[in-house]
Design a binder for this molecule. Sequence first.
Ligand code: PLP
Length: 493
Amino acid sequence: MTEHTPGISGLISDEPIIFEVGSPGRKAYSLPSCDVPDVEIETLLPPGEIRDTIDGLPELTELDVVRHFTRLSQWNFSIDTNFYPLGSCTMKYNPKINETMARLPGFAQHHPMTPDADSQGSLQLLFELQECLKTISGMDHVSLQPAAGAQGEFAGMLMIKAYHDAKGNPRKKVLLPDSAHGTNPASATLCGYKSVQLPSNAEGLIDVAKLEAAMDEDTAAIMLTNPNTLGMFEKDILKITDIVHKKGGLVYCDGANLNAVMGITKMGDMGIDVLHINLHKTFSTPHGGGGPGAGPVCIKDILEPYLPAPVVEKSGSKYRLNADRPQSVGRLKSFNGNFGMLLRAYAYIRTLGPEGIKQVAQSAVLNANYIRAKLKDTFHLPFNGPSLHECVFNDKGQGITTMDFAKALIDHGFHPPTVYFPLIVKGALMIEPTETESKETLDGFIAAMQSIAKKGQEDAESFHSSPNLAKVTRPDEAQAARNPKLRWPGHAR
Ligand SMILES: *Cc1c(COP(=O)(O)O)cnc(C)c1O
């Protein structure tokens, strides 16, 4: 333990579940007395629509309910409370101005069925966000519909398939480096492709010779990530895209790591044909806890006919949604995608401007390299090339395992980094600080990592029960995932 543990670790209170508290007859609401005659429910609704009485619903006062949920909310770990260095996820701070903008009544209360003529402000915002993302990515067109990075991948692969289909041969395979995020092969598979794994070279990059050998005219595309999931820039990217294009294939780039390079270089200049962007990572919209995301997909001109419909267009000074696109892969999401997320990303981009966007990338890279430099004498770096926005250590030579480190960090008030990913690093500890963290926060994290490593060498045993200060310490994770208890026995469902 560091001497001073900030925030959540001091919160040792206990909270029963809501079904265990309350008392019959208590109510959290009051209604005015009825001023119309009573009517039997059976005369209003068909029998199938009438629910049986529910036994065992909690009965509490308004204050009981408020306290219960407020206390639970205080157990939440969030970027607004502590450092959250979850690698690959870019858990950056969401500036509050974005929230203020999202709550402007003209946006927040705008009904998605409103005709285009009365939605000009919202459509203009979507159009301008598309333009911003085109500039940042160097791509030609953008669809804002996908609700997550994974759905952006799916949309991109559908377009690649439509492109090959139109040429008369959909092809069969997709190449993927062995460091790829799991959603990449999943998206390729959903589109009917067979995933072919490309082994990384000793530097942790795509092996160009192996790619050259694997690429053939049955291969529809390569799905790569740049910078890759080891936080390294694919320095041979121009050769890679050239090899794929020469055999008639297309290049998909997973843009989840755009935070490392935006404002500095453009994927569109590297031979990328399709790119998805995670607005909930790079552009600060909140994520975690299953909240809504946004994974716009950006493409080059050759794929334009297949773009998901509708597309936001501008003609003269008017904006409109164009759904008349016969070759489109179709609609991916109701209305205009997760509009609230798009709005926050737009506010973020416009607040920073081009210089600010570039500084974000520079500071993200600086912060990751600071952690790397400070921890490289204590932790093994399986791939020791220059890193960008994240760095990947492992537990080689430590007295305790990666899982022990993750759990022990919780006692120090830090969220664990990403563990055991990417899969090509045994016992990986993948740390992504993001640009929004101060030197003091990084120093605190570094000190915690060093102190855990030291104690782990001396007394490994003592870590087997950590975290000791958390509400839940070491649950049986396999049971929790496969056999979750979602209902309180004998109570309402
Ligand atoms: C987060 C991430 C994804 C998936 O994005 P979601 O928005 O979670 O669907 C894909 N690839 C990489 C490298 C990622 O970090």
